[in-house]
Design a protein around this ligand. Structure first.
Ligand SMILES: Cc1ncc(COP(=O)(O)O)c(C=O)c1O
Length: 482
């Protein structure tokens, strides 16, 4: 097959797939064993044979989850923005590493432009940043920057013989914090999880007590991470009381805005959810979550620290690859990163930014919040549904209320699984105060009020269906026949 024909064929497939994103079902679900038998991955097809290769592409798409389908309300990301998809195609086509200017000239300038734009938008002065592989990595790098700032010779000496460092997070913080504590040699016992109040926010009175305890025992409280939108409940830790504590205890204040950090695009929502963000030490935000850029796309920003990344990340002999810039300008972004090879994530961000603009992104986030308000109102109106906890922001934590003494957790698990397997909808789960919740996340531009109506209709119908089946099981054989 000629190269041109290959591309034509690919474009047809891409275009058909995009058109069918909204058609039912959102997944043709098979259990792993059945799917493996259906796919027959061991089969030799496509060896120097484009026709055979395209059958693999078709097979991949046939069983892929249509994350752009409005019934996919499962995760913090969903079908990607089309401008960023274009960016991804070009990125794959040009296959280069973002680590040096000579291999990625335009990407380097785009990433720098992104950093300038975002630093200004967030209000960080004399700052710096980088695009990382996501907020898990960004949280780790922020913790590392705080560690290295507090113990300036840790890069050379490690933590051997060093005073004990302690980090503090909201008890509902993302698990990447535990992983960071592990990777950075702190140990997860040195990650102190602060209990939350009724709104899912870190209790600053308890944080203050724990900070004082650590100091009394000879430890160093070096890092506090506020979460801007916790993973399950969507709670925002208040920054002002944390800033006051920082005055006293001199820790590094990081803000994990992986999910809820997207409010920075809207002045109104930023005032509501993230006042004083501009005073934090670092901030991470995922463009690939609420803002819809193709996975992965993240930015990590530092305040008042223009050269921290180089100081923290650089180690070893880089002379074979990196070149100095003119007048102190950073020429190669790889000098600021823990990776050598680095994917180009700047182009897809750039295309989204140019296409939607700040106003478009602000409107999107505001619209999602309105839809969440609408969804919560529907739950309140239905006698068969209940909110497990009141909504704090973008996460709607609800469940089906089974009648009588039917336990809610196994029932809702079954309900979710039934909806998934039948291709009706996929909704997330999580625990709040030990109770299972169905976590509805709206982060898909194809979701509108009718789609939310359909989603809850599906939940209620599935719940009723399960109850009817239980009724059948409990009924005597003769009644069942009747
Ligand atoms: C609050 C929070 N922080 C960090 C992360 C990790 O982000 P990523 O998937 O980009 O690594 C998540 C992911 O869901 C999250 O909810």
């Amino acid at each position: 097959m000629e190269q041109e024909t290959i591309f034509e064929r690919l474009l047809q497939i891409i275009s058909r797939y995009r058109q069918e994103q909204g058609s039912d079902p959102f997944v043709d679900y098979l259990d792993p064993g059945d799917l493996a038998r259906r796919l027959r991955l061991e089969e030799d097809r496509g060896h120097n044979d484009w026709e055979g290769l395209f059958t693999w592409v078709e097979a991949y798409l046939a069983y892929a989850v249509k994350t752009g389908h409005p019934a996919y309300v499962n995760r913090m990301w969903a079908g990607a923005n089309l401008p960023s998809v274009l960016g991804e195609v070009i990125t794959a086509l040009t296959n280069t590493s973002a680590c040096t200017f000579e291999t990625a000239p335009v990407s380097t300038l785009m990433e720098k432009y992104l950093l300038r734009t975002m630093l200004e938008l967030v209000g960080f002065e004399n700052g710096s940043g980088q695009m990382t592989t996501g907020s898990s990595n960004a949280n780790m790098i922020a913790m590392m920057a705080a560690r290295n700032s507090r113990l300036p010779d840790v890069k050379q000496r490690g933590l051997f013989g060093a005073p004990h460092l302690f980090a503090f997070v909201n008890a509902d913080a993302h698990y990447s914090m535990d992983r960071a504590a592990n990777i950075l040699g702190l140990g997860t016992d040195h990650l102190i999880k602060i209990p939350v109040d009724n709104h899912g926010c870190m209790r600053t009175d308890l944080l203050e007590a724990r900070l004082a305890e650590v100091i009394d025992s000879g430890g160093i409280p070096f890092f506090v991470a506020a979460t801007a939108g916790t993973t399950v409940r969507g709670s925002y830790d208040s920054l002002e009381p944390l800033l006051a504590l920082r005055e006293r205890f001199r820790f590094w204040l990081h803000v994990d805005g992986a999910w809820g950090g997207a409010v920075v695009f809207s002045d109104r929502l930023r005032r509501q959810f993230l006042p004083a963000l501009e005073q934090a030490d670092s901030f991470t935000l995922d463009f690939h979550k609420m803002l819809g850029t193709a996975l992965m796309c993240n930015v990590l920003l530092f305040n008042h620290r223009s050269d921290i990344l180089r100081a923290v990340c650089s180690a070893g002999d880089e002379s074979y690859i990196f070149r100095e810039g003119n007048d102190g300008d950073i020429r190669d972004l790889g000098t600021q990163s823990l990776q050598c090879g680095r994917r180009v994530d700047s182009l897809k961000w750039f295309l989204d930014w140019k296409f939607y603009g700040r106003t478009g992104l602000a409107e999107r986030v505001e619209h999602y919040l309105d839809l969440c308000t609408y969804a919560e109102a529907l739950v309140h109106r239905s006698p068969e549904l209940e909110m497990v906890v009141p909504r704090e922001s973008f996460n709607v934590c609800f469940r089906f209320r089974p009648p009588g003494d039917i336990p809610a957790e196994p029932f809702n698990r079954l309900l979710r699984e039934r909806m998934h397997r039948s291709g009706r909808a996929l909704v997330g789960t999580g625990y709040v105060d030990g109770q299972l919740v169905l976590r509805l996340l709206i982060t898909n531009i194809t979701v509108d009020k009718p789609a939310i109506d359909r989603f809850f209709r599906a939940v209620i119908d599935t719940g009723r269906e399960l109850l009817a089946e239980r009724g059948d099981q409990h009924a005597s054989p003769s009644t069942r026949q009747a």
